[in-house]
Structures are given as structure tokens and as C-alpha cells.
Design a protein around this ligand. Structure first.
Ligand SMILES: [Zn+2]
Length: 413
């Protein structure tokens, strides 16, 4: 959404655009009931894992009379897990049932296999109602590795397929009749972004693909990551953003707020899946969907999520009541209310991060996080980090961009 604009402004695209960043909530199992609530609060596009539709087809339902952009994440990185650890719904997909885990640096693919792997996920997203399509991706290392070469080829073939098949036109009788877009999806560990040269090379390779936008999943990039890692990822994202292309950071946890204030779109889960992590967290989620789900109760005033049922959560909500009006204000949400609570708080705060001029938005965030650390001190919440310092590390990286130097060098200046 463009900063300061009304959510229903018909001139605005449903998809994020350069200079018009969006918050794109990622829905989980059974969260389709949140869609009208999100749309009412200004959300223009939502995200859901494509394979969830197998067990939860209602996730693809759209609120009547309210067009929303739809991203159906192919989650092709799950191919890197052993067969028995992939969710049943994922194995039902034509690209999810390989008996052996995909290993980027040693995988052998025939031309036909590569073409199928590049195109089938896009065809599946389109058939299921996706409006913003993502290319196939796996977590691979930097430029110059075999794994990354294949990643770039998968993205290139996927983009060509999208254009050759004229997929930018909505399918006949589509529920949402807007032009489709193709984003190159890029997954990388933050450790492979440590050097300025590695960041520049990776950025140049993906910018050269000619996609409509970039969907970026950085593993180990979130509010609890080392400051140096946060800064590195910020420098990388700013190179992409400053090229003029639309960039969506997928799964950056609490850091999404700082990205939004700096014109980078962001997508996180509501009450779970806030970070892009493989494989352990996802293993719990998919193998044992109910028991393994870690529910987190976000609290806007603290700029932090607390594990539902923990003493910290109880202390935080007792000290500062919640305004979502879905549960007793002085107690953390529980059960099914957790998701509604998260949807309301996350969306309202994201919209705040998106309204106003860019400089003001950044100042607002830093001031708000200073209040958060005082509140945490009052509540005696020793969470080991402050949101303000991680936002600052991110802004340092975003400001440095292509000119970034190693922190060791910088301290000598
Ligand atoms: Zn609440």
C-alpha cells in the first residue's frame, strides 16, 4: 500500500509496486476466516503455502466483492528434506514426491527434469488462483556454486514459461481479474551475504533475470540474529530495492516493521511462521500439525512475540493491556483467538509503519521501540534483545547498501 493512501484507493495495485510497499500476511491452516478482517484493515494481498490447499482448500476462497492479490508459495525448498519429513499435501504436488532429498550442489537434472521443476510449480500456482507467481527455489549458496547456477536457471526458465504462455493475463472466469505477475524467488542463508562482493554478485544475477519483482527468503535473518548478520541482509536488500524493482522480504520476523518503513515489502505469518527457517521449525509444523505448532502472542507495545502459556507472556499482557478486543485485555490470547489477535495487531502496526514520509516512518519506529524497551524493563522481561538495536543494525545496512564495509573496518574510521 502506498504510504498515507486509503486502502480502498482504486488506483493502487493489489500487488506491491516500487515505492508502494505492502505488508503481506502469510496465512496458515484454517486461517481463511481472517481474510475479511485483513482486507478491512487495508491488506491488498495475502500469502499461503500452495500445498496447504490440499487439506485446506478454503484457504483459496476470496471474500465476496473484495478482490485480493494472492501468493501461493510453492515452498519448493521442502524438496530438500527427506521424503518422510515432507508434509503429505506437499508430496501430493507433482514436484513434491521425489524419493530423495534435493541437494543443490550435487543434484543431477536432465533438461526435461529441470524444465518440469521450473514450470510445474508456476502452473500449479496459476491453476489454484495465484495472482503473483513465484519461481521454483531451494536454499543454495552464493554465486559460483553449482547449486546457485541451477537456481538461476530454474528462475530463468520459469519466467520465460510465464511470458511465453502469456500468463500475465488472468485465466478466463478468474475470481480476481487482474494482470498476473512473476517474481523470482531467492533463498539464501545470511552467512552467504557476508561480503560486499557476494551481495553484489547475487543481486546482479537476480536483477538480470527480468522478473516483475523479487521474493527474498533469507535464512537466519530475524530480530534475534547477530547484528552483523542483520546489517549484511539489510545491505543486500537495499541493493535490490535501489535498483527500482519491487522487493518482498519473506519471513524476517519482527524486522518486517523496519523494512516496511524503508519501502521494502514484507511477509510474515500471523502468530506462527514469522521467520523463514528450514528445516527444524517446519518439521514440527508439518509432521505434527497440532502439537508441534508454536503459538506466539505478539504484543505491539513490546515489539515482541511471547510464547503462549509462558510466564513472560502473562507478565507482558498484565503490564500493558491488549487493544484487539478479542480476549481479556490483561491476559494473553489463547487457542483460536491467537490468530485473530495477531492479525489485528500485526496489520495495524504494519499500516502505521507504511503511513507518512519515509524519514518520519523510521523515526516513529525507533521512538516506538525505545518505549518498548522501557516497557520490557518495567515488566522485568529479560528477552535478551531490544527491538530498537536490531532495527538500527538493519537501518545501518540499508543505508550502507552497496558501499557497505566490514564492521571491523568501519570502527577504525
Ligand atoms: Zn489481543
Amino acid at each position: 500500500m502506498q504510504a498515507g493512501s486509503e486502502p480502498d484507493d482504486p488506483k493502487l495495485s493489489l500487488h506491491p509496486q516500487p515505492g508502494e510497499p505492502q505488508f503481506l500476511p502469510r496465512l496458515s491452516h484454517g486461517q481463511q476466516a481472517l481474510i475479511p478482517l485483513l482486507a478491512d484493515r487495508g491488506v491488498r494481498s495475502v500469502v499461503a503455502p500452495l500445498y496447504y490447499l490440499h487439506h485446506n482448500p478454503e484457504l483459496s476462497l476470496l471474500p465476496v466483492g473484495r478482490p485480493l492479490g494472492r501468493v501461493l508459495d510453492p515452498c519448493t525448498q521442502l524438496r530438500q528434506k527427506p521424503w518422510n519429513e515432507r508434509a503429505e499435501g506437499f508430496r501430493q504436488l507433482p514436484f513434491g514426491n521425489d524419493p530423495l532429498p534435493y541437494t543443490p550442489d550435487t543434484a543431477r537434472l536432465s533438461d526435461t527434469e529441470l524444465f518440469d521443476l521450473a514450470t510445474m510449480p508456476i502452473d500449479a500456482q496459476r491453476a489454484a488462483g495465484g495472482t503473483l507467481m513465484l519461481t521454483s527455489f531451494h536454499l543454495a549458496a552464493g554465486i559460483g556454486t553449482r547449486g546457485r547456477d541451477i537456481e538461476l536457471l530454474l528462475a530463468q526458465v520459469g519466467i520465460e514459461h510465464f511470458r511465453n504462455q502469456a500468463m500475465f493475463e488472468a485465466p478466463p472466469f478468474a475470481a480476481v481479474d487482474i494482470p498476473r505477475e512473476i517474481y523470482a524467488c531467492l533463498a539464501v542463508d545470511v552467512r552467504d551475504l557476508a561480503s560486499p562482493r557476494a551481495r553484489r554478485e547475487l543481486a546482479d544475477a537476480y536483477l538480470g533475470l527480468g522478473a516483475d519483482g523479487l521474493w527474498v527468503k533469507i535464512a537466519n535473518f530475524h530480530e534475534r540474529a547477530p547484528k552483523r548478520a542483520i546489517r549484511d541482509a539489510g545491505a543486500f536488500l537495499s541493493i535490490l530495492r535501489d535498483s527500482g524493482i519491487t522487493v518482498v522480504s519473506c519471513g524476517p520476523g519482527q524486522l518486517h516493521l523496519a523494512l516496511l518503513t524503508d519501502d521494502i515489502s514484507a511477509s510474515i505469518g500471523l502468530g506462527e511462521s514469522e521467520r523463514f527457517v528450514i528445516p527444524t521449525t517446519w518439521r514440527n509444523n508439518t509432521d505434527n500439525r497440532r502439537k508441534g505448532r508454536t503459538r506466539m502472542a505478539y504484543h505491539s507495545k513490546f515489539h515482541a512475540s511471547f510464547r503462549v502459556g509462558s510466564r513472560e507472556a502473562a507478565r507482558a499482557f498484565k503490564l500493558a493491556g491488549c487493544s484487539c478486543s478479542q480476549h481479556a485485555s490483561a491476559e494473553p490470547p489463547t487457542g483460536l483467538v491467537v490468530a485473530r489477535h495477531a492479525a489485528i495487531l500485526r496489520t495495524d502496526q504494519a499500516m502505521e509503519a507504511l503511513s507518512g514520509e519515509r524519514e518520519e516512518r523510521r523515526e516513529w519506529l525507533l521512538a516506538s521501540s525505545a518505549v518498548a524497551s522501557w516497557a520490557a524493563a518495567d515488566a522485568e522481561i529479560a528477552n535478551g534483545y531490544t527491538s530498537g538495536s536490531c532495527y538500527e543494525a538493519l537501518f545501518n545496512g540499508l543505508d550502507a547498501g552497496d558501499d557497505d564495509v566490514a564492521i571491523g573496518e568501519q570502527t577504525q574510521l
